[in-house]
Design a protein around this ligand. Structure first.
Ligand code: F6R
Length: 258
């Protein structure tokens, strides 16, 4: 696990975009796993800028999103379909047929989840997975107590997540309580993972994930077992890390560091 601490959200987003862009330039047919929520917005804006100004090409890229609320149609303004098209896909040249987002209105959820896993596999697996982290330590919607071997399935959201996400809805009662989500095991299969976190409300979850025990009570902690994961943090999100100075020192002295 590599920990990169930056002064602010803008530099976190920019550094994460460099990681994505480096991959796409080396591997134009890469398969990306994508997240929604507030955290990756700066990353997506930077990718859009790189596409417009530096010809970053998405024409051969395939994408898989982590999750979607159950019951929200693709054109619902709070659906993750809507979010992804609005904040990324309509601004870049990724082919429509290469975009995959769980279907929150599937009539047979179990069959849909199995087919989502099969589709990831048939595309060769995820090369780079982008993650945020919930204030309860969740990745995707793998809430505390989720199996660390779980695959794509329906999950009931934790009440804390419903409260956290109420800011996107008119009222907390409008927040769906179920989501289709990639499992922890699905995420761990990605060849590379980048997790972004900013703001003081993520500091405790980040500390649990990076320096706590590996436990299903903080599903992000399982990333300690992944061979190629980078956490991009702003100073507020890194504030409860006991070894923050050590992580900074390691970055400053990395082979090839300026
Ligand atoms: C979203 C997702 C979630 C969010 C997490 C943080 O696709 O999988 O795990 O990454 O809830 O959300 P924000 O970024 O809004 O704080």
């Amino acid at each position: 696990m590599e920990i990169i601490i930056r002064d602010d959200y803008a530099s976190v987003s920019q550094q994460a975009a460099v990681a994505v862009a480096d991959l796409l330039r080396a591997q134009p047919q890469a398969v990306l796993g994508l997240a929604t929520g507030s955290t990756p917005l700066g990353l997506y804006q930077e990718l859009i800028r790189l596409h417009r100004e530096e010809n970053l090409d998405f024409s051969q890229v395939t994408t898989f999103n982590l999750d979607e609320y159950v019951g929200l149609a693709a054109d619902h303004p709070q659906s993750y379909h809507y979010f992804m098209h609005d904040n990324l896909f309509r601004h870049i040249n990724v082919p429509h047929e290469n975009i995959h987002i769980p279907d929150g209105t599937a009539s047979d959820y179990r069959a849909f989840c199995e087919s989502y896993e099969a589709r990831i596999e048939s595309c060769g697996g995820i090369d780079l997975q982008v993650l945020g982290i919930g204030s309860d330590g969740h990745i995707a919607f793998n809430e505390p107590g989720s199996s660390l071997a779980s695959r794509t399935r329906i999950k009931t959201l934790a009440r804390q997540t419903i409260d956290d996400n109420a800011r996107f809805f008119d009222s907390v009662d409008d927040v769906p309580i179920y989501a289709i989500t990639m499992g922890v095991g699905t995420i761990l299969d990605a060849r590379k993972i980048i997790l972004l976190a900013n703001g003081a409300n993520k500091a405790s979850a980040v500390a649990d994930a990076v320096e706590g025990p590996v436990t299903s009570m903080c599903t992000a902690s399982v990333l300690q077992n992944h061979p190629d994961t980078i956490f991009f943090l702003d100073t507020e999100a890194a504030d409860q890390l006991k070894m923050a100075d050590e992580y900074r020192w390691i970055q400053d002295n990395k082979p090839g560091a300026p």
